[in-house]
Ligand binder design. Sequence first.
Ligand SMILES: Cc1cc2nc3c(=O)[nH]c(=O)nc-3n(C[C@H](O)[C@H](O)[C@H](O)COP(=O)(O)OP(=O)(O)OC[C@H]3O[C@@H](n4cnc5c(N)ncnc54)[C@H](O)[C@@H]3O)c2cc1C
Length: 416
Amino acid sequence: MSAGEVTVVGAGIVGVSSAAWLQRAGFEVTLVDAGPVGEGASFGNAGNISPGAVVPYTIPGFLREVPGWLLDAEGPLAVRPGYLLKVLPWILAAVKSSQTETALKTSRAMRELHRGTFDAYDALTRNTEAAALIERCGQLYVSERPHTAQGSQIAQFMREAAGVKTIILGEREIREAEPALAPIFKSGMLLPEHGRCKNPHQLVQIIAREAGRNGATILRGKVTGFRTNADRVLGILLDGEVRPVERVVIAAGAASGQLSAHLGTPLPVEAERGYHITIADAGVMPRIPVSHCDAKFVCAPMNMGLRLAGTVEFAGIDAPPNWKRAELLKEQARRMFPGVRMEKVTQWAGNRPSLPDGLPVLGAAPGFANAFFAFGNSHFGMTAGPVMGKVIAEIVAGRKPAIDITPFSATRFRGA
Ligand SMILES: Cc1cc2nc3c(=O)[nH]c(=O)nc-3n(C[C@H](O)[C@H](O)[C@H](O)COP(=O)(O)OP(=O)(O)OC[C@H]3O[C@@H](n4cnc5c(N)ncnc54)[C@H](O)[C@@H]3O)c2cc1C
């Protein structure tokens, strides 16, 4: 017997995972997206699957690096002129969350959310071609500076406290591990329990397709608001028409803050823009994903080519891309991979959905008995996505979630 209907807004990794897990919990699912499935941030990320990602971006000491990054026009962090004042409160909230106690709590919450990622992907992709897209191959972090790849002392402490395995590599060992890399790296760290997705877009499409095969209705349309009564969402406004819903899950990535505000819960969801270039027939390929710790991007071996993806730009969700930032990735590709062929390069920009503390919002929407939030997974959405889907399905079904969701509460920014 059906447990009832749920409409999921957003068909990125979080939305399609939510749809698949909700079906397993017995719900009939409608999946709605303003665009084609999987063409938000989930399209062009670096595909790192990182169960041991326990180091928040804002940790004690990160502020020391920020001025240098901002002053370097080619640096890993940029704020679009004219956007600084708008994003300033978010940045200040991020700085506040970098205080030691808060950062340690964030780290523990990240471990809870990320540790089950491979198991969740196994369950979602079993008996589909998507299973072959996930590989537990390890990840390599490298730095052009000595003793830097492993991060600061607190970053090391966070990994140790979480029991994350790391192997420190010197110059010679980096070259042995990744012969395609130029000999410019002085320190390295291998994370053997991490892995990758070989094609994030395809992965999302397959999970959505399977949900469709299992009876989900997949609709194209933009949700612009909600019809509500005192404590229930009665319908979504889809391209101007009211479509009745029994329950609704908001999983609309960087646009989720706009939708949560319509439900009376404004949340500081910022679009942390990143860029990628993907080089087909590059002629060189790392064996496993390689993160450049200084320049903050990942070189990912993908099934369609070599992808360099990362960096952060604050420009606002609707600002057009600044393709100069993708050009910088081309220069990096030439520096890092001698002999790389750059004839077939595509470029892309996407918005990470980010809250100032780096954690997502996951749970019931305040004030509504039948609305739920699952968004804001920032730099780690490909890792957190399948777990968030599982947790939100447990919450919608009224079961106790397998992880403690207190750190992901939608009310944690009230009064901040
Ligand atoms: C350059 C870059 C590299 C990254 N690398 C990694 C990595 O290596 N590992 C990792 O774990 N994470 C990585 N990430 C982060 C990860 O990509 C995101 O956290 C994740 O994809 C977010 O998934 P999502 O489903 O929440 O959002 P999205 O994939 O953005 O999906 C949201 C969907 O909602 C739809 N939508 C929005 N508004 C509406 C509306 N009003 N009505 C209907 N539909 C709507 C959109 O069309 C979109 O399809 C990276 C991100 C970037 C930008």
